[in-house]
Design a protein around this ligand. Structure first.
Ligand SMILES: [Zn+2]
Ligand SMILES: [Zn+2]
Length: 419
């Protein structure tokens, strides 16, 4: 097996300090989904200096870097770029104090509390090493820096803007996420690794009126309330005990006073599934039940279904995952572990679906090693902050180096001249 990663270890060592500086800079300048202007500029400049062909503004602030280095396979590596609308409380010296005016004209804090700044830095580090060791590999390296992951729209935006047509089809696609496991570790899984996530708003229509004369009204609150209760029967009665599905109705809005029957009510719900067929069935069942409840109430019109966001299922290719995991174990030894499927969702798999290319998505530990070991000793590792916690800021090292090496190992398996 290749020792590509050992051959490039000097180059890794050389570029780590400058990539750490990039990480701190990105961490201190977080930008919300669809607003990643400065971030994309930093990435594009860096890639241009390395000699990549850089295309900016692919689906908003998306940046694509392509390096053609002779005949051979094409490998795509992806990082996401957006931050979250929340206040960081990690206490690290390079903590974000950024505030923006949001769409409701209110001052809102912004922070890289999902860790996408780490993903970008790892990928820039890997890009730097690949650019400086061109004599060691052949083929094409396609880097995709994706905006707007947190809304689930970023990969869709890049694909709709011509990513598939304008760039060479990769033979394999890789992505990664930092997680609250011990820094220096790598978690992997073949097959389904992340859930599908679908969020909808459903509006029920009735006929408003006085609370004292209900016979002249059609009450959308009763309609929506019945639907909320009945929707839970989908998981209980329509999904096999071997399958997994969760329906959460997180919002229910109606009315303005206790004695007025409103004319509308709406709910907002989120569905998580781990299988395409179960997903299709659950979504169809939600539609069926809401329509039937509206009919049962003699509603003047069918409910309105609006998609808030939709994250496809992430299913790692078996053969690719096993090949990459073997190389991870060879390099990282006991720091590689098989993880269970995660409850989170990602829009990463859309690239593989659109290109019909196998893909793999893995996890890189980001919790400070001492903090993690202490938590384990107290049986409290499950309480460590992770993505979307205000206290989450990965330990820069060895997280950054590990996330660079994972990308280099995976790319090397397809591009190393010595293969
Ligand atoms: Zn996130
Ligand atoms: Zn994330």
């Amino acid at each position: 097996m290749s020792n590509f990663i050992n051959t490039v270890s000097n180059e890794i060592k050389k570029c780590v300090p400058s990539i750490e500086a990039v990480y701190r800079d990105l961490h201190q300048h977080p930008e919300l989904s669809r607003q990643e202007k400065r971030t994309s500029g930093v990435i594009a400049d860096h890639l241009r200096q390395l000699g990549f062909d850089v295309t900016e503004h692919v689906g908003g602030y998306g940046v694509v870097g392509l390096m053609k280095n002779g005949e051979g396979a094409t490998v795509m590596l992806r990082a996401d770029m957006d931050a979250l609308p929340m206040k960081e409380m990690s206490g690290v010296p390079y903590m974000s104090h950024v505030e923006v005016i949001n769409s409701q004209e209110k001052v809102a804090p912004v922070a890289h509390t999902c860790g996408h700044d780490m993903h970008m830095s790892c990928l820039l580090g890997a890009a730097t090493v690949m650019a400086q060791t061109r004599e060691l590999w052949q083929g094409s390296l396609l880097l995709v820096f994706q905006p707007d992951e947190e809304t689930g729209d970023g990969s869709k935006g890049m694909i709709q803007d011509g990513l598939i047509e304008k760039f060479p089809r990769p033979d394999v696609i890789f992505g990664q996420h930092v997680m609250p496991s011990r820094a220096g570790t790598v978690g992997w899984k073949k097959g389904q690794v992340l859930t599908a996530g679908d969020s909808w708003q459903v509006t029920f229509f009735g006929k408003g009126g006085h609370g004292g004369v209900p016979q002249q009204s059609i009450d959308p609150v009763v309609m929506a309330a019945s639907a909320v209760v009945r929707l839970q029967s989908i998981v209980a009665r329509e999904v096999s005990p071997q399958a997994h599905a969760v329906i959460t109705i997180g919002e229910f809005h109606a009315g303005s006073a206790e004695n007025i029957i409103p004319s509308q009510a709406y709910i907002r719900l989120n569905v998580r599934t781990t299988d395409e067929q179960v997903r299709d069935h659950v979504l169809a069942a939600i539609r069926r039940i809401c329509i039937a409840e509206a009919q049962a109430s003699h509603a003047p019109r069918e409910p309105l279904f609006e998609e808030i966001n939709s994250y496809p299922l992430t299913v790692n290719d078996d053969a690719v995952s096993e090949k990459v995991a073997r190389a991870f174990i060879q390099h990282f030894g006991n720091n590689v572990f098989e993880t269970p499927a995660q409850g989170a969702s990602e829009d990463f798999s859309r690239y593989g679906r659109a290109w019909k290319t196998p893909y793999m998505y893995w996890f890189v530990g980001g919790s400070d090693q001492d903090t993690y070991d202490e938590a384990v000793a107290q049986g409290k590792q499950g309480q460590l902050p992770g993505p979307h916690s205000p206290f989450w800021a990965p330990a820069i090292q060895p997280t950054l180096r590990t996330g660079m090496e994972t990308m280099l190992i995976a790319a090397g398996l397809w591009l190393d001249r010595e293969q």
